[in-house]
Design a protein around this ligand. Structure first.
Ligand SMILES: Nc1ncnc2c1ncn2[C@@H]1O[C@H](COP(=O)(O)OP(=O)(O)OP(=O)(O)O)[C@@H](O)[C@H]1O
Ligand SMILES: [Mg+2]
Length: 252
């Protein structure tokens, strides 16, 4: 395995507030990595930096050996980095197929764009297959359930043929059955992509994660297997402990 993403000495500061501090983070080619941490830990900020949305105060981000700090978001997408957002980006009036086709089309040259929809392109067919949305291909995306919409978004990313997928809380708000299916989908996608998934749910991690990175207040707290991370007293204190507090608040 070789490193696909190498973050070194990353610092992100928003108006004096240190959102990420001295972060080193490496993803090997072909990994399915989970990123956890309490609210405000810097998880989304890390994704924002890797995708060029946020400029770091200092540090380096190398993707496939190339420095990408300072490159435009568009250039980073073209280099092969795809992401989902915490909010949905599907076009509700368009069909599932059109959404996938549109997502895939950004790589096509103009003549190919004009030929759009004469046939389903290979990458769109593959995305339909991977997400299991084939039966819904001709339905408007607006009718999809929450879970199906998330799978469509993942499919839209896959259709863009990125090398690295960054998924920000893809199972948030999902039913247990939908989570399970999403986990299977992530495994499938990770067969031929490198995938970073932000997710809080420990049951989900126990089921689908191998290596987990824990951020806390913008710093790397721990990296290891699910079992190692769960057994770490510092993680229990800042992450699991807080989750328990939140849970008891919800119950009260
Ligand atoms: N554009 C911004 N301007 C100012 N502060 C920001 C900005 N973006 C993020 N922050 C702050 O940086 C910190 C890290 O935020 P971030 O969104 O990365 O956390 P997170 O780990 O994704 O949390 P969550 O689990 O709530 O999604 C938070 O304190 C947040 O308020
Ligand atoms: Mg976030």
């Amino acid at each position: 395995m070789s490193a696909l993403l190498e973050v070194r000495g990353l610092n992100v500061v928003f108006s004096g507030f240190h959102a990420v501090t001295d972060l080193d983070f490496t993803l090997q080619q072909g990994e399915l990595r989970f990123l956890i941490g309490p609210n405000g830990a810097g998880k989304t900020t890390l994704i924002d930096v890797v995708t060029g949305l946020t400029k770091p105060a200092s540090g380096s981000v190398r993707f496939a050996g190339q420095e990408i700090v300072g490159r435009s978001e568009h250039a980073i997408v073209r280099a092969g980095v795809g992401r989902t957002f915490q909010t949905s980006v599907v076009f509700e009036e368009l069909t599932v197929l059109d959404n996938l086709d549109l997502a895939a089309s950004f790589r096509r040259p103009l003549p190919a764009l004009l030929r759009r929809r004469r046939r389903i392109s290979d990458e769109v067919a593959a995305a339909l297959d991977t997400t299991g949305l084939g039966d819904l291909a001709d339905r408007p995306a607006g009718v999809l359930s929450h879970g199906q919409r998330q799978w469509l978004e993942i499919g839209m990313l896959v259709a863009q043929q990125p090398r690295l997928l960054l998924l920000d809380e893809p199972v948030a708000g999902m039913s247990r059955a939908e989570r399970e299916r999403t986990g299977e989908l992530l495994r499938l996608v990770a067969r031929d992509h490198t995938v970073l998934v932000v997710e809080h749910d420990m049951d989900f991690l126990r089921r689908f994660a191998s290596t987990v990175t824990v951020l806390h207040e913008g710093r790397l707290l721990r990296e290891g297997t699910v079992a190692e991370v769960q057994a770490d007293p510092r993680v229990q204190e800042v992450y699991l402990g807080r989750t328990r507090d939140e849970l008891s608040k919800e119950v009260a």
